[in-house]
Design a protein around this ligand. Structure first.
Ligand code: HEM
Length: 128
Protein backbone atom coordinates (compact mmCIF):
# COMPACT_ATOMS: atom_id res chain seq x y z
CA UNK A 1 0.00 0.00 0.00
CA UNK A 2 1.48 3.34 -1.05
CA UNK A 3 1.70 5.96 1.66
CA UNK A 4 0.07 8.49 -0.65
CA UNK A 5 -2.97 6.19 -0.90
CA UNK A 6 -3.44 5.85 2.83
CA UNK A 7 -6.76 7.20 4.02
CA UNK A 8 -5.94 10.31 5.99
CA UNK A 9 -8.20 12.92 7.51
CA UNK A 10 -8.28 15.56 10.17
CA UNK A 11 -10.77 14.88 12.92
CA UNK A 12 -11.80 16.58 16.13
CA UNK A 13 -11.34 14.54 19.30
CA UNK A 14 -12.03 15.94 22.76
CA UNK A 15 -11.99 19.41 21.24
CA UNK A 16 -8.47 18.87 19.82
CA UNK A 17 -7.63 18.71 16.16
CA UNK A 18 -5.86 15.44 15.42
CA UNK A 19 -4.66 13.70 12.30
CA UNK A 20 -5.91 10.21 11.57
CA UNK A 21 -3.96 7.90 9.29
CA UNK A 22 -5.03 4.28 8.68
CA UNK A 23 -6.82 4.29 12.01
CA UNK A 24 -3.92 5.68 14.06
CA UNK A 25 -4.68 9.00 15.72
CA UNK A 26 -1.79 11.47 15.78
CA UNK A 27 -2.44 14.45 18.05
CA UNK A 28 -1.59 17.85 16.66
CA UNK A 29 1.95 18.88 17.48
CA UNK A 30 3.35 15.36 17.82
CA UNK A 31 6.55 14.58 15.98
CA UNK A 32 6.60 11.47 13.83
CA UNK A 33 9.86 9.62 13.36
CA UNK A 34 10.19 7.04 10.58
CA UNK A 35 12.65 4.49 11.85
CA UNK A 36 14.26 3.68 8.51
CA UNK A 37 16.98 1.56 10.10
CA UNK A 38 14.38 -0.95 11.26
CA UNK A 39 12.92 -1.05 7.76
CA UNK A 40 16.35 -1.56 6.19
CA UNK A 41 17.05 -4.51 8.51
CA UNK A 42 13.77 -6.26 7.79
CA UNK A 43 14.72 -9.75 6.47
CA UNK A 44 11.41 -9.91 4.62
CA UNK A 45 12.54 -6.97 2.46
CA UNK A 46 16.29 -7.64 2.48
CA UNK A 47 17.26 -11.30 3.01
CA UNK A 48 20.10 -11.68 5.52
CA UNK A 49 20.17 -7.94 6.21
CA UNK A 50 23.21 -8.11 8.50
CA UNK A 51 25.35 -9.75 5.82
CA UNK A 52 27.61 -7.34 3.94
CA UNK A 53 26.36 -7.99 0.45
CA UNK A 54 26.69 -4.99 -1.89
CA UNK A 55 25.57 -7.22 -4.77
CA UNK A 56 22.05 -7.28 -3.36
CA UNK A 57 21.66 -3.85 -4.97
CA UNK A 58 22.16 -5.34 -8.42
CA UNK A 59 18.44 -6.04 -8.12
CA UNK A 60 17.21 -2.53 -8.98
CA UNK A 61 13.72 -3.26 -7.66
CA UNK A 62 15.14 -3.07 -4.11
CA UNK A 63 15.64 0.67 -4.36
CA UNK A 64 12.39 1.46 -6.13
CA UNK A 65 9.95 -0.38 -3.86
CA UNK A 66 7.89 1.71 -1.49
CA UNK A 67 9.84 0.70 1.64
CA UNK A 68 13.17 2.10 0.41
CA UNK A 69 12.95 5.27 2.46
CA UNK A 70 16.55 6.33 2.82
CA UNK A 71 15.81 9.37 0.66
CA UNK A 72 12.29 9.97 1.90
CA UNK A 73 9.33 9.44 -0.36
CA UNK A 74 6.33 10.86 -2.12
CA UNK A 75 6.24 14.57 -2.75
CA UNK A 76 9.24 15.17 -0.47
CA UNK A 77 11.52 12.61 -2.13
CA UNK A 78 15.09 13.84 -2.02
CA UNK A 79 15.94 15.54 -5.34
CA UNK A 80 19.63 14.79 -4.67
CA UNK A 81 19.05 11.01 -4.51
CA UNK A 82 20.99 10.08 -7.65
CA UNK A 83 23.75 12.60 -6.97
CA UNK A 84 24.02 11.37 -3.37
CA UNK A 85 24.28 7.73 -4.46
CA UNK A 86 26.88 8.60 -7.13
CA UNK A 87 28.96 10.55 -4.60
CA UNK A 88 28.84 7.83 -1.97
CA UNK A 89 29.56 5.07 -4.51
CA UNK A 90 32.56 7.01 -5.83
CA UNK A 91 33.86 7.72 -2.34
CA UNK A 92 33.45 4.10 -1.18
CA UNK A 93 35.07 2.73 -4.34
CA UNK A 94 38.23 4.81 -3.87
CA UNK A 95 38.21 4.40 -0.11
CA UNK A 96 38.18 0.59 -0.13
CA UNK A 97 40.42 0.15 -3.18
CA UNK A 98 43.10 2.73 -2.34
CA UNK A 99 43.09 2.99 1.44
CA UNK A 100 43.15 0.82 4.49
CA UNK A 101 41.81 1.80 7.89
CA UNK A 102 41.62 0.57 11.43
CA UNK A 103 39.93 1.76 14.58
CA UNK A 104 42.20 3.24 17.22
CA UNK A 105 41.15 3.91 20.78
CA UNK A 106 38.43 2.26 22.75
CA UNK A 107 35.38 4.23 21.72
CA UNK A 108 32.32 2.19 21.02
CA UNK A 109 29.76 2.63 18.30
CA UNK A 110 26.22 2.92 19.61
CA UNK A 111 23.72 1.28 17.29
CA UNK A 112 20.44 2.31 18.89
CA UNK A 113 18.38 4.36 18.20
CA UNK A 114 20.75 5.37 15.44
CA UNK A 115 24.36 4.62 14.63
CA UNK A 116 26.70 7.07 16.26
CA UNK A 117 29.95 7.31 18.19
CA UNK A 118 29.20 9.64 21.12
CA UNK A 119 32.87 10.25 21.85
CA UNK A 120 34.00 10.23 18.23
CA UNK A 121 35.28 7.27 16.29
CA UNK A 122 39.02 7.53 15.86
CA UNK A 123 40.43 5.86 12.77
CA UNK A 124 43.89 5.47 11.33
CA UNK A 125 43.78 5.66 7.55
CA UNK A 126 46.64 5.04 5.14
CA UNK A 127 47.01 4.70 1.37
CA UNK A 128 47.96 1.41 -0.21
C1 HEM B 1 23.27 10.25 1.06
C2 HEM B 1 22.84 11.46 0.72
C3 HEM B 1 21.45 11.96 1.01
C4 HEM B 1 20.48 11.45 1.82
C5 HEM B 1 20.52 10.20 2.69
C6 HEM B 1 19.32 12.33 1.70
C7 HEM B 1 18.12 12.15 2.36
C8 HEM B 1 17.03 12.96 2.21
C9 HEM B 1 15.73 12.73 2.80
C10 HEM B 1 15.34 11.53 3.69
C11 HEM B 1 14.91 13.75 2.44
C12 HEM B 1 13.41 13.90 2.79
C13 HEM B 1 13.22 14.75 4.01
C14 HEM B 1 11.73 14.90 4.33
O1 HEM B 1 10.93 13.97 4.09
O2 HEM B 1 11.33 15.94 4.81
C15 HEM B 1 15.70 14.65 1.64
C16 HEM B 1 15.21 15.82 1.11
C17 HEM B 1 15.98 16.69 0.37
N1 HEM B 1 17.27 16.50 -0.09
FE1 HEM B 1 18.43 14.91 0.33
N2 HEM B 1 19.64 13.35 0.85
C18 HEM B 1 20.91 13.16 0.39
C19 HEM B 1 21.60 13.93 -0.51
C20 HEM B 1 21.14 15.10 -1.06
C21 HEM B 1 21.87 15.91 -2.02
C22 HEM B 1 23.25 15.52 -2.59
C23 HEM B 1 21.10 16.99 -2.28
C24 HEM B 1 21.33 18.16 -3.19
C25 HEM B 1 22.43 18.29 -3.94
C26 HEM B 1 19.88 16.86 -1.50
C27 HEM B 1 18.87 17.78 -1.47
C28 HEM B 1 17.66 17.60 -0.82
C29 HEM B 1 16.57 18.57 -0.82
C30 HEM B 1 16.57 19.94 -1.49
C31 HEM B 1 15.52 18.00 -0.08
C32 HEM B 1 14.14 18.62 0.23
C33 HEM B 1 13.11 18.11 -0.76
C34 HEM B 1 11.70 18.65 -0.41
O3 HEM B 1 11.42 18.85 0.77
O4 HEM B 1 10.92 18.82 -1.33
N3 HEM B 1 19.94 15.71 -0.77
N4 HEM B 1 16.97 14.15 1.49
Amino acid sequence: MMVSNWPTRFIKANGLCVYCIVGFVIPKGWRIYVYTREINYDPYLYPEPLTFNPWRWMDKSLETHQYFMLFGGGGRLCPGKDLGMAEISTFLHYFVTRYRCEEVGGDKIVKFPRVEAPNGLHMRIWGC
